[in-house]
Design a protein around this ligand. Sequence first.
Ligand code: HSE
Length: 426
Amino acid sequence: MKKVGVAILGLGVVGSGTYKILTEHREFYKKNHCLDITVEGVMELNRERALSLGVEESKIASNIAEICSNSEIDIVVEAMGGIEPAKTFVLAALNSGKSIVTSNKELYCKYGHELEKVAKKNDCGLYYEATCVGGVPVIRALLDNLQGNKIISLTGIINGTTNYILTKMADCGAPYGEVLKEAQKLGYAEANPTSDVEGYDAVYKLSILSSLSFHTKVPYTEIYREGITDVDPVDIQYGKHFGYAMKLLAIGKNGEHGIEVRVHPAFIKSTHPLASVNDSYNAVYITGDGVEDVMLYGRGAGALPTGSAIVGDIIYCATHQGNNYSTFNNTEKADLTTKFIKNFESEYYLRLSAKDKAGVLSKITSHFTKRGISISQVIQEKAEDGQVPLIILTHTTFENDVKKTVDELNASEGVAKVLSVVRVIS
Ligand code: HSE
């Protein structure tokens, strides 16, 4: 029976979940995988928390050097989050010959190139399934199952907090701020929700997933980002009228003109499988040139779902010879030959408030005509206080043309004010 010693850095939600799975399933792994996996060390500032989980006092390390010098430890799980001290600890562990399993998306996204270099130098494994979409095995699917395909696109709901908030806003029509407070009370959103609600968390994950999918480095700095803080429930309701659900989508496309990567709220047809991914659930919809469409769905966060991804990596690391590294040149910046498309194409939904007088509608549409933007549907509601709410849906057009049209409409005094613009995924 192969013995595998594990250390866990950080016993917060993810680290505790991992500890629980490993200790409760020890006999199961012995029987089914011929592996005796034991937790030989932990690093956790809150000793009481470690002890209450059942960690023996002697296994609580006071510093990273104790973990690095412990010959019983083969694999170090980093579940601390943040850049420092996680980065220093991971590099120290790699330099002492330990393989790494991490759930830290920000660290892997920003410094994966550096970690991989040190892992290679020391012939260590570097595993990161838990960095993206928690318990949903999307990284393994891309690396070990879909690798025969050219991946054309991936579209994901890869942040549970924002999906929960948008689902509740759609269900009850409540404004963003109110639903956020409720989500914080229920533990779905963090006290400081910025990383989730402004789309940074999704950007880190999309950077990792699109680099793997398209076999070229997609730095997070190349990803267009827009969060959900300005989403108005009025637009979600209008979207429903047109048969759309609003989601914070992470989109990666690899086409003949280059790579397109973006995170923003979008309308998606309610018949699309992603439209029924609600509450804090996540999903990734992948299109490959052979397999066609594949959707992976499940829990993107939480102690046991993320612990499941970590333990999967531990078992993979312990049962595979050699180490797999990136298929692409893993550098900080993108390869010079990689082209990123910033002026992407989409259909658009615009909500305007227009003056209720003769000629206004034709003036508004003339701004669209001027840029060759074709309108597909228009709704004009009843006027209130001389202002009419106007909803315009466009056919596929360029992002930059829509931005210029919006600027011109807002500058056209007394005509209309654009209140919202939402991209529509057809
Ligand atoms: N905060 C993330 C989410 C989970 O809400 O999906 C960890 O990435």
